[in-house]
Design a protein around this ligand. Structure first.
Ligand SMILES: NC(=O)c1ccc[n+]([C@@H]2O[C@H](COP(=O)([O-])OP(=O)(O)OC[C@H]3O[C@@H](n4cnc5c(N)ncnc54)[C@H](O)[C@@H]3O)[C@@H](O)[C@H]2O)c1
Length: 317
């Protein structure tokens, strides 16, 4: 694959993960973004926007999707309705974006003959089964419309590969963190919420006892895994966990943030939230063995960089 011929489509490219992927891909070829700016912003692409072909529209619109995929060699499908609580309120709207949208993209990729189709799935497909660590061979048991929609998206990828030979790969992201993750949404993830609380002299809120276990993966490591899955021949037709393989409690995360900002934080404890998964972490041997994926960032280092990015952003605002 010569670099000059590579034309990438990133759906959801104005979002947190997409905006990092776009910056990386610009060093590898031409980049087009399809995003409806529902949770993402053009500000996330600020200094690279002039180098990107940006299409504002929905992945659930067939005409827009066909236009966006036309001429692309690799599709990175990251656009989604990403909120679990919102998916409980609006399952059908969630399915329209996450399932129908995925099928439209797969169909367009088939028509065009794309070399690779990378689908952003989620640890949510595992649901709350007590078996740990999560392995790709376990039976999916999602417990929310968001989780079901990602599971169905994976099945569509699998069958577009099996039946039509479209070279798909599905990646189950665990808890991703890094710069530009939105702290403002009511559904924001814990890392941006706590860092922003710390930097604005508010108390980070801990739901429950803080001993919940998660696998936090730093954005640069995630991008490495996404790129391997887009380029490595052994990725085709597979589903992989994409995570750090390490496990941390929320209290350890809080300590890493304290360490990075340089002073102690006084968290506020609130009752556990309904539907919160107690322990979730990944077995990453499959992607390590098949693609040579190797996470490079400890939580301490990733959090240090993330806090620094939020501090810079706050100083510039
Ligand atoms: N952040 C995580 O920890 C995590 C974990 C597991 C899976 N994922 C998956 O990774 C992907 C990216 O997530 P993120 O954290 O960057 O979230 P994000 O909300 O920052 O990005 C999603 C992007 O998709 C866009 N979008 C939403 N609906 C759209 C539509 N109908 N048409 C076009 N664009 C649309 C949004 O505007 C946004 O820019 C998602 O598929 C998400 O489910 C993320």
């Amino acid at each position: 694959m010569g670099h000059t011929e590579q034309r990438f489509l990133v759906t959801g490219g104005a979002g947190f993960i997409g905006s990092h992927l776009v910056r990386f891909l610009l060093s590898q070829g031409q980049v087009r973004v399809l995003d409806d700016l529902s949770t993402g912003t053009l500000d996330n692409l600020r200094e690279v926007l002039s180098e990107v072909e940006f299409i504002r529209g929905s992945v659930a619109d067939p005409t827009t999707v066909r236009e966006a995929v036309a001429g692309c060699t690799v599709v990175f499908h990251l656009a989604a309705q990403v909120s679990v609580p919102l998916s409980m309120e609006q399952p059908v709207a969630t399915f329209e974006v996450n399932v129908y949208g995925t099928q439209l993209l797969l169909e367009a990729a088939r028509q065009v003959g794309c070399q690779r189709f990378v689908f952003a799935s989620s640890a949510a497909v595992y649901g709350d089964s007590p078996r740990l660590p999560k392995r790709e061979t376990m039976r999916p048991a999602p417990i929310s419309p968001y989780g079901w929609s990602k599971h169905y998206g994976e099945l569509l990828c699998r069958d577009y590969y099996r039946v039509f030979g479209v070279p798909t790969v599905a990646l189950r992201f665990f808890n991703v963190y890094g710069a530009r993750q939105n702290p403002r949404s009511q559904y924001a993830a814990v890392v941006p919420r706590w860092i922003t609380a710390a930097l604005t002299d508010r108390k980070p809120i801990i739901y429950g006892d803080g001993k919940q276990v998660r696998d936090f993966i730093y954005i640069d490591d995630l991008i490495q895994g996404i790129w391997l899955s887009a380029t490595h021949p052994a990725a085709v037709g597979r589903v992989f966990n994409l995570a750090s393989g390490a496990r941390y409690t929320l209290l350890e995360l809080l300590r890493a943030i304290e360490h990075a900002i340089g002073y102690p934080l006084q968290p506020e404890y609130q009752p556990p939230r309904a539907g919160d998964i107690r322990r979730s972490y990944a077995d990453i041997r499959a992607i390590q063995q098949a693609l040579g994926f190797q996470p490079r960032f400890t939580l301490a280092e990733g959090i240090r960089r993330t806090v620094e990015a939020y501090q810079k952003e706050a100083a510039a605002a």
